[in-house]
Design a protein around this ligand. Sequence first.
Ligand code: KE4
Length: 428
Amino acid sequence: MSQNQTLFERAQRVIPGGVNSPVRAFRAVGGTPRFITRGSGAYIFDADANRYIDYIGSWGPMILGHGHPAVLEAVQKAALDGFSFGAPTEREIELAEEILKLVPSMEQVRLVSSGTEATMSAIRLARGATGRSKFIKFEGCYHGHTDSLLVKAGSGLATFGNPTSAGVPAEVAQHTVVLEYNNLAQLEEAFSLYGHELACVIIEPIAGNMNFVRAALPFVKRLRELCTQHGALLVFDEVMTGFRVGLHSAQGHYASLLPGFKPDISTFGKVIGGGMPLAAFGASRDIMKHLAPLGGVYQAGTLSGNPVATACGLATLREIQKPGFFDRLGERTRQLVDGLKAVAAENGVPFSADCQGGMFGFFLLPELPQNYKTVMTTDGARFNAFFHGMLDRGVYLAPALYEAGFVSAEHTEADIAATLEAARQALR
Ligand code: KE4
């Protein structure tokens, strides 16, 4: 019995499914999850002392790699001054100022402890600011596990969403309209049906929860127009893409293609915490003034803006602003993606892949999918065989075909070459 198996058995006795977040249980891909003992740079090590090249990076946060010296020092120093005070600190101001400097669409930001809290608060803020209840989300996008977001498409556009999870009352789901990602016709129809009842539209600008699907430019352009026209707020959920696909996040990428483009509310997480529990949501002052203690939209958190987490996040944001950081990261990620495509072609395996900054995705499909339905036409068994083929060769990819992958600043050309060699063997 391997240490991983022993730990997994023990874990399952005291923690549901043996994990504190479902995707970690490997249920989509099968097999025994690896219990990680430590990380260092681009690598993580499991309880059986196996080393893996890490392409999950804690699902996005570890953009600098594990154990970056400057971040470690900042965290150790902050910890010595105290873990939490439940009172304002200067470092929260510093982090807010740093985030706002890099996200010009926001004038104010509120720090919270998870992406779920950020999107839950953003929806409540949009509802409070507009006085409306309905909102639109897209199939295949995941925005955390707050009730109103655990909803799938109804039978038809005119019917409202159905819960995707037990425990979510139908009455809650009925305010959520779920459309197909990148589907312009459905977007037009939904706005003509409910336009003036919509508090907001929430979207992952590059959908990392469908592995890697870009919102098409005409779709984003029209979405912005329709929201403005109907007084609905556009919420860019950048929990995964924020400071990961580029220094100015996905909204910066879209603004470079659509001059003047900006969302109304943005959510962040993962990278801004550098691996510690920290997330955020922000907007114009005009919108943020609705939040307690100023306005009627209540939102709070014991550990919000935590002094140790903000030290970790601040040190991380400072490192990614260093000259050439994203050029190098983007180049390394592009090397991986182009290499994987070449290896798949060598072996005659239908394969498509894409990347932006330090985030990538690949599909055992001939063309890049544009929506969830197409992503899910992937042959799951083939994906699982590939996943385990890579894992057994020391490469840790996301354990689900609908999850994105992440490269860190510590991944070297040698790591990419080793990954491609493993892929060559696994695909064969
Ligand atoms: P958290 O509550 O997990 O910090 O963030 C929720 C969230 C919100 N928005 C987006 C775009 C996200 O990707 C996430 C969380 N992402 C998943 C990975 N697909 C986290 C991994 C997990 O659930 O364990």
